[in-house]
Write a protein that binds this ligand. Structure first.
Ligand code: PLP
Length: 355
């Protein structure tokens, strides 16, 4: 049954080992981020078998999917007020930026007889989640420390996700110093100073993370072996943990340029086409935007060119392909971050694991 997504478990294991060794040599513990694979418990279990003790996901539904996995589970998106009860049930910790939500978590944790760990996020420039005003963060840290059913667990920062502001030594020193001030003002020893995501890995490798930052929340680097500042693959990792096979439903010689009057696409943009000649061998595969993302996908056959995709059709130029293709045959694709995320979200994509 196709499209078929394959997860290479041995390659994933090697990635985890490599990233753990790199981080632990610098006193940094990993919270492995599971949102790309939708909290698939088979994959989450592999991470835990390889020594990961903390898992982070942006959605409570995914934490629920991992409920039988023994690890500390973090919600890494600020919780919705409306999901607090399920958060307390399925999560052990969460990244927070709003007192109304923290109060609701405290009350709910009391009702469920649990303790929930709170990490307060500082916004150091990306203009996504977090307190811009450090005095406000400190005030809310004091209030959190005074609550009964939540624990002030730490502080964190997230950059390079919306404004693509880079991590540097100055920003992480600011975070570390903010952590020290929170400790002085609250009398609580913070367990976690969380210095970012896979875009922090390059800084870490260059010795730029200051002493005291002790956690990174890593998705892309663990799953794809790619750091996210210079977008380089890390030695000792694999980029092909997630591959997808898709079936060819049409194979015909066609010109590279369309004919007729060109209009605009669904986004209002006028498409452009590269003239590769009048007779090219084109394949259509039964895969579309519902199932993958063309911009973060690379064909395994280096001679194939991805021309584009609509909701349900993937158009390829296979004229210069290494392998020979036929209708009913398969084309293998290597999936990157957003493509993998869509493949896991699509009901139409079957999944298999190789061990
Ligand atoms: C998605 C996410 C991460 C993981 O990012 P990667 O670049 O995949 O490592 C970390 N922290 C937060 C808050 C996130 O939303």
């Amino acid at each position: 049954m196709y499209p078929l997504l394959t997860v290479d478990i041995p390659h994933l294991r090697e990635n985890v080992r490599t990233l753990r060794a790199l981080c632990e040599a610098r006193g940094i513990r990993i919270t492995a981020v599971t949102k790309v694979f939708r909290g698939d418990p088979v994959i989450a279990r592999v991470l835990v078998e390889e020594g990961i003790t903390m898992l982070g996901d942006a959605r409570v539904d995914n934490l629920e999917r991992m409920q039988d996995i023994k690890a500390e589970k973090w919600l890494i998106r600020p919780p919705m007020l409306s999901e607090v009860s399920r958060l307390v049930r399925f999560g052990d910790a969460s990244l927070n930026t709003e007192m109304a939500v923290i109060k609701a978590i405290d009350e709910e944790a009391g009702r469920q007889g649990k303790k929930h760990k709170i990490i307060l996020m500082a916004d150091l420039g990306d203009i996504r989640e977090g307190y811009v005003d450090s005095e406000e963060l400190i005030t809310e840290a004091k209030r959190t420390a005074g609550m009964k059913n939540v624990e002030l667990y730490g502080i964190g920062v997230n950059l390079t996700c919306f404004s693509f502001i880079q991590y540097d030594n100055e920003k992480l020193t600011e975070l570390r110093d903010l952590g020290r001030r929170v400790e002085e003002e609250t009398g609580v020893k913070l367990q976690v100073i969380s210095g970012g995501n896979s875009a922090t890995v390059d800084l870490m490798l260059n010795g730029g993370i200051p002493e005291g930052v002790n956690n990174l929340r890593l998705g892309e680097s663990v799953l794809f072996g790619k750091e996210r500042a210079k977008y380089q693959y890390l030695p000792g990792t694999h980029s092909d943990v997630f591959t997808l096979e898709t079936e060819i439903v049409e194979l015909k010689e066609k010109p590279s340029l369309p004919w007729g009057e060109v209009g605009v696409d669904s986004y209002g943009n006028r498409p452009t086409f590269t003239d590769r000649g009048p007779r090219r061998l084109k394949a259509i595969c039964a895969l579309g935007k519902q199932d993958f993302d063309a911009a973060t996908t690379v064909p395994c056959d280096p001679g194939i060119i991805i021309l584009g995709a609509s909701s349900d059709h993937l158009m390829l130029d296979v004229t210069d392909s290494v392998e020979e293709y036929q209708v009913g045959g398969l084309v293998k694709l290597k999936l990157g971050y957003f493509s993998t995320m869509r493949a896991f979200t699509s009901e139409y994509v079957k999944k298999e694991y190789i061990y």
